[in-house]
Each structure stands twice: as structure tokens, then as C-alpha cells.
Design a protein around this ligand. Structure first.
Ligand code: NAD
Length: 419
């Protein structure tokens, strides 16, 4: 799949998936046009003082796709290659994701074009606070609630919350999710995406006639999502035979010690320092003969160029749009069960919803309650998508989009936005 038409392979994927759903649902063309378009976007160029006293101007943006079902919700990405078009696509995914798992949010996404690894802590703080002030036109607990994504984490969320609180002159913990627990973050948020992926991946293995205990898995990307998914899958009895990050990965048929790998990375080590496994490239990881493949890095990793070589029987899409439509078609023909991104990685927005609700009510839930509710959301949503996929003889991705787009269409229509 090329990115020629939209300037972003991810946006091309987002449009493809939506257009197919709109057509299959028989959506009125005018309503489809409303849902296909971005509601609002803000681009900001802002100066940041660097540690050496010089100034740099950074570009950031925030995109809100559709707010028919509630306030905007979505991550904030710091990455040198993020574009406005990517953010539009990722905001659309958030709209469908919240809808498919039944959360009262619209979709948003934001980003700054920067490699955060090149910034000191002080530079990251000044960048984040200035960005927050620039975007505060849009942000707020009842308007648009950011969360972590690639390159951001609890510390950035704490700075955003503090900056918005300074503007409001009182603490507004519900203005961001994925915060540190000390300022209203929720127990379980850090592992929530991985927990959700593990729940649906284990179910998908069973549905494919594979016993999860002893099943093999390869995981691309070892950040917040990939590392927690690896740990939780291993705890569920799955043998993790390969993991990777942007520098490549490791492979062992006997299985990897995921906790040892996590400690190694936390201490600043490289996979190459891990004893007892072979090195492999990301391309090699994607084509390993495993039962389960979980891409948790970037978009468009499995495409027409490599899908024919992918041997996994089940794919749980941790990263958004990890499989592009050409890859989808090739894998679908081969009967590979793909749990699509808008379902598989929805554990993050579900736990964010729980955090937001707790902060709005100033009433904290017990950790066990959060995990149980997350599991309930993921199992119910998976079963609904699976049932629709069977009933309509369509893929899990098509079924998830049918459910999500129909819900947003109904909300858009009933509010009278659509005449
Ligand atoms: P992260 O920054 O913590 O980790 C990203 C990982 O991917 C790192 O290990 C990095 O080295 C690796 N990586 C980058 N480029 C790679 C490449 N070309 N090949 C292999 N590995 C590569 O980010 P994260 O929060 O773990 O997010 C990962 C994915 O999950 C993203 O696509 C994100 O949009 C998606 N996601 C994240 C959340 C969340 O709450 N964090 C929620 C839903 C979806």
C-alpha cells in the first residue's frame, strides 16, 4: 500500500477501513462524509529554551476527529516522523476504538515532531509545558483528555496536568490519563494495553484451536505495550520465543526469560547482552513460524511486501494499523485470525476511562476492581466482534468497524448534527 494519495500510509489505511465499513453498512453518503472528516485540528509552532541557552521552535498538533459520543480522548506522541496526516488517522482510530468497546469518548490524537531521546529532562519538561499552554484552547477534563503514546509517559502527563491546573488555579486530575498514581493516576493503567492484548490474544488462540499453554509467540516492539504484553502472555503460559525493539531483536526456540529481558532494558542494556538467544532482525521476527504474532511498534509493519512470508496463525495488533489492507487481504485468504487494533489495544483507553471516572468523582477504586472491569470490557467486546464476524462472514476487522461505525453514525444522527 503506498501513501501517495494522503501523504501518510496510516491515513490511507484509516480511510480504507472506514470506506469499506461505510459501504458494507450501506451508510448514507452524506453521513459517511461527516464521519470521514476531521472535526477540528490545531497546529502550533512554539519556542523552547534549550539547556545551552539557545532556542528551538517545535511543531505540534492536536486533532479531534468526531465528538458525537463524548469528549475527545487520545494519546500524545513525541516522534521525529509524526505528521498531521498520521495524527488524523490515529484520531480516527480512537473514535472507532472507544465506540467498539462502548466508552463515551470521541477520538483525538496529538503529537510533536521531535526525537525525545535527544532532549534532557529539563528540555522535555519545558517543551511539554509550552505545548500544553498552546493546546489549552482545546484541552480539558470535559473537552479533550490526552494520554501517553510513543515517546511520552506518566511524567509528561504529570507536567500537562500541572500546567492545566496552574491555568485553572485548582488541581484538575481528570484533564489527562496515564498519570503517576501520586497525582490521581490509576492502578493498572501502565499494564492495561498489554493486559487487554493478552486477554483477546489468549481467546483468539483458543478460537483457532490452539492451547495457549505452550503456544509460541513473537512480539515486535518492547516499549510500554510490547514489554507488558510479553510479561502477561508469559504469565498466561505462552512461550515467548522472540522480542525486538528498533535496534533488532532476540530469538530462542526454548523461550526467552521476559523478566530478565525487561530488567536488562530498564538498566539501559541492549538485547545483544542477553545470553542464550540468537540475534534477529525485525523482518525476521515478523516471519517466524509462531502461533501468535503481536506487533507493538509502529504502523504498517505487515504489508503486501511481507504478508505472504508471515507464518503466525493468530495476530493481535498491539500497534495501530500494524497490518495494512494488502497485508490483511493476503493473511485473510490464508485463514490467519487477526484481532484488529481498535479492539486488541483498547485496554489502554478503557483503563484511561476508569482513571478519568475516578478523578471526576474523587473516588478511587481498588486495583482488583480495575483489572476485573478491564477484563470484562475486553471479553465482552471481543465476543461481540467475534459473533458479528461469524454472523456476517466477515473478518474481525470488518466486524469491529461495523459495530464502531454504526454506533458513531447513530450518535451523530440522533444529536441532529446530520440533518
Ligand atoms: P513506546 O515508545 O513505549 O515503545 C515503542 C517500542 O517500539 C520501542 O521498544 C521501540 O524501540 C520499538 N520500535 C520503534 N520502531 C521500531 C521498529 N521499526 N521495529 C521494531 N521496533 C520498533 O510506545 P508504546 O506506548 O509501547 O506504543 C507502541 C504502539 O502501541 C504504538 O503504535 C502506539 O500507538 C500503540 N498504542 C499505545 C498505547 C499506550 O497507551 N501506550 C495504547 C494503544 C496503542
Amino acid at each position: 500500500m503506498t501513501d501517495g494519495t494522503y501523504g501518510s500510509a496510516t491515513l490511507a489505511i484509516a480511510y480504507h477501513n472506514f470506506d469499506r465499513a461505510a459501504e458494507q453498512l450501506g451508510l448514507d453518503p452524506s453521513l459517511a462524509m461527516v464521519l470521514r472528516n476531521i472535526k477540528r485540528e490545531l497546529i502550533v509552532h512554539f519556542p523552547v529554551e534549550m539547556d545551552d541557552g539557545s532556542h528551538r521552535v517545535f511543531t505540534g498538533f492536536r486533532v479531534q476527529h468526531n465528538l458525537s459520543r463524548g469528549p475527545a480522548k487520545g494519546g500524545l506522541r513525541y516522534h521525529p516522523a509524526i505528521t498531521l496526516a498520521d495524527a488524523r488517522a490515529l484520531a480516527m482510530f480512537m473514535t472507532w476504538k472507544a465506540a467498539v468497546v462502548g466508552l463515551p469518548f470521541g477520538g483525538a490524537k496529538g503529537g510533536v515532531i521531535v526525537d525525545p531521546k535527544t532532549l534532557s529532562v529539563g528540555e522535555r519538561e519545558r517543551l511539554t509545558r509550552r505545548l500544553t499552554t498552546e493546546l489549552s484552547l482545546l484541552l480539558g477534563a470535559d473537552r479533550d483528555i490526552p494520554a501517553p503514546d510513543i515517546g511520552t509517559g506518566p511524567q509528561e502527563m504529570a507536567w500537562i496536568m500541572d500546567t492545566l491546573s496552574m491555568h485553572a488555579r485548582h488541581s484538575v486530575p481528570a484533564s489527562v490519563t496515564g498519570k503517576p498514581i501520586a497525582i490521581g493516576g490509576s492502578e493498572g493503567r501502565h499494564a492495561a494495553v498489554g493486559r487487554g492484548i493478552t486477554t483477546v490474544a489468549v481467546q483468539a488462540l483458543r478460537d483457532s484451536g490452539i492451547d495457549p499453554t505452550g503456544a509460541t509467540a513473537a512480539i515486535q516492539g518492547f516499549g510500554q505495550v510490547g514489554s507488558t504484553t510479553a510479561q502477561l502472555l508469559a504469565a498466561a503460559g505462552v512461550r515467548i520465543v522472540s522480542v525486538s525493539d528498533s535496534g533488532g531483536g532476540v530469538h530462542s526456540d526454548a523461550g526467552l526469560d521476559v523478566d530478565a529481558l525487561s530488567s536488562l532494558k530498564e538498566e539501559g542494556g541492549a538485547f545483544a547482552d542477553y545470553v542464550g538467544a540468537d540475534a534477529l532482525t525485525n523482518d525476521e521476527l515478523l516471519t517466524l513460524p509462531v502461533d501468535l504474532l503481536v506487533p507493538c511498534a509502529l504502523e504498517a509493519q505487515i504489508t503486501g511486501a511481507n504478508a505472504a512470508r508471515v507464518s503466525a496463525r493468530v495476530i493481535a495488533e498491539g500497534a495501530n494499523a500494524a497490518v495494512d489492507p494488502d497485508g490483511d487481504a493476503i493473511l485473510g485468504d490464508r485463514g490467519v485470525l487477526i484481532v484488529p487494533d481498535i479492539l486488541a489495544n483498547a485496554g489502554g483507553v478503557a483503563a484511561s476511562y476508569f482513571e478519568w471516572v475516578q478523578d471526576l468523582q474523587l473516588f478511587l477504586w481498588a486495583p482488583g476492581e480495575i483489572t476485573a472491569r478491564l477484563r470484562d470490557v475486553m471479553v465482552r467486546s471481543y465476543e461481540a466482534v467475534r459473533a458479528r464476524s461469524h454472523a456476517e462472514a466477515v473478518s474481525m476487522r470488518e466486524a469491529a468497524y461495523h459495530i464502531a461505525v454504526a454506533k458513531v453514525a447513530e450518535a451523530t444522527e440522533v444529536r441532529g448534527i446530520y440533518p
